[in-house]
Design a protein around this ligand. Sequence first.
Ligand SMILES: Cc1cc2nc3c(=O)[nH]c(=O)nc-3n(C[C@H](O)[C@H](O)[C@H](O)COP(=O)(O)OP(=O)(O)OC[C@H]3O[C@@H](n4cnc5c(N)ncnc54)[C@H](O)[C@@H]3O)c2cc1C
Length: 404
Amino acid sequence: MASMLTNPEHATRTDLLVIGGGVMGCATALFALQLDPNLRVRVLEPDPTYARASSALSAGSIRQQFSTALNVQMSQFGLAYVSQPETLLAVEGEPTPSTGFIESGYLFLATAAGMPVLEANHAVQREQGAPVALLNPAELAQRFAWLNVEGLAGASLGLGGEGWFDGYMYTRALRAKAQSLGAVFSTARATALERAAGRITHALTDTGERIAAAAFVNAAGPWARSVAAMAGIELPVFARRRTVFALRCATSVGHTPLVIDTSGMWFRSEGHSGTQFIAGWGPREEDDADDLPLEPELQAFEEHVWPTLAARVPAFEALRVEHAWAGYYEFNPIDHNALLGLHPACSNLYFINGFSGHGLQHAAAAGRGLAELILHGEYRSLDLSPLSVARLGEERRYVEHNII
Ligand SMILES: Cc1cc2nc3c(=O)[nH]c(=O)nc-3n(C[C@H](O)[C@H](O)[C@H](O)COP(=O)(O)OP(=O)(O)OC[C@H]3O[C@@H](n4cnc5c(N)ncnc54)[C@H](O)[C@@H]3O)c2cc1C
């Protein structure tokens, strides 16, 4: 079936040009080609090693515990892709893809002041069929002997459909699948966009190409603001550095869920030894500058992370940093949610940006939705219109409260 974009008269033409080949660009290309196998899709990605891409530097976790129904639904769709790549992303003649998915719940801790929000979120999640349970401090202490429950009034535990995986391997699997369907990946960076009559006509690249296309996608992650600026559009997406610490504990704590402390800090088991963990934190708003160098904030471990972790898990008094890395959240400070679809200022530049720390798990749902919007002019499966980038100009907000 010919879609809105295919034009058989121009055999060398690109129908859809995706700028950025991280998880969002790969997912968009893949779903667009699943909807229309004849589509000519090209993806510009300057770094096939993904050394600085968020998709490769991510903590790679998936949860159903969001405050907004749509975010729960997007995770539920994404779960199949991250947990069963061997069926959904298999490519004939290629090694079976794996994402190393480990199913394990998130555990959101709450003080008395935080309980009303935890309970409200719980109701949203249950309404969406998420397997989550509220625990009181006695139940918490019984279930997690390593946890100091002092100051806690309760917690929310995911009982299924949550866990973690390797973001780089997931991105590579989506990329390989998109390529197998015909997507062409070019090692190139978009440097400028040409406009005429409210549309983008061409993208210029650092390799000297001038590429015409019917539709363009901004999938440049933390760099999406600069791609939007090429079209004269101001996009509130900022590269905010987040450090992840890989830790080893002197004694075995055993397996932990992905714990979100009341301080906003998080940690979880890494591997199966019971002594290895990863942990992260978000700096205070006033310290959270844009585009900081991608170097881990090692001093933050002594100052903030370790004392907080040791207060919550006494065994973490004996903890050492084995290594650390930093990546950028592509942060939307306005309502901490994705900015999807068309901006009113341009009729053929589509956005898939601003996921604010939960994009990897939502890439499949967002990529499928954007492909529907591009090819059919509307969302046909999950209605993602609450996430429309146009909401910014309409003073509409779709706030996600459970940000980490
Ligand atoms: C430390 C950390 C922890 C995280 N934890 C989680 C988590 O637990 N769960 C979760 O779901 N999400 C998590 N995220 C968020 C998630 O990783 C991102 O939302 C997601 O990877 C964004 O994907 P992307 O494709 O938009 O961006 P990226 O992966 O950054 O890809 C964008 C690509 O665009 C390319 N690009 C840039 N400019 C141009 C240009 N001009 N032309 C062409 N290409 C260009 C870049 O080279 C890059 O490869 C985390 C992120 C970080 C940093």
